[in-house]
Design a protein around this ligand. Sequence first.
Ligand code: DGL
Length: 271
Amino acid sequence: MDKRPVGVFDSGLGGLSTVRAMKKILPNEDIVYFGDTGRVPYGSRSNETIETYAAQDIRFLRTFSCKMIVAACGTVSTVASGIIEKIDEFATGITKPSAKAAALATKNNIIGVMGTSATVNSNAFNEEILKTNPNAKVVSVACPMLVSLVENNWIDIDDEVANATVKRYIAPLLEAGADTIILGCTHFPILSPIIQKIAGSSVTLIDTGYEEALFVKEVLEKNNLENEKEHIGTQKFFVSDKTQNFCDVANVLLGEDIEDKCEFIDIFKVI
Ligand code: DGL
């Protein structure tokens, strides 16, 4: 048994898709979340900057003595995997659990990957998928504008701009015949109702937040790090720029008003 919290971070509010899944799958765990809303997006920045930001985010979370650090950001997971591997506590990103899930889910061996530009350029998903399924053909598409749609709360299933943007981005994946698509940026599961509608019901969407949460559960169980079964997990949110949108999207995603649990921190003072 271990009462310490699990630390989760993202460039903004995308990592809330991991928190949503963790609340369901790990209801006894306390979560400390950091969303770097003051510096989002990460996905169009250089690898060096992404690594610097990731290291700072991790340093902030470590002040809470977390038992596990979860990079709930596709960009950090794919570009700064070396930094995640060096963390002293247990740690994970989204790449391995979701690549494995996709590699096992595909029936025709054609897998689509949606990610940020940095994630697509890193080739990290392709490499991980091929470890589990060497016959897979991977088609990737960078979808940077989807991050802005989510950060601005344009996520309604009928939102015309969101629908048109998703349609344009996923066209090459559907043309290639992908039967499985990895939502390789944690912002994207928030748009999954729109993506599923456009891709059609025969396409399997891999929700990176969900796969990551399942992996966190596995690690905690394997290492006897779970919190007590009687404990009701709590959440605390920190952002580097307190925007109303963060709370609005959290409200939709987590089904609760998190305003009182959300605090601004000056990331430059913490580090
Ligand atoms: N949630 C981040 C990711 O998974 C968003 C991308 C960004 O900050 O550009 O990649």
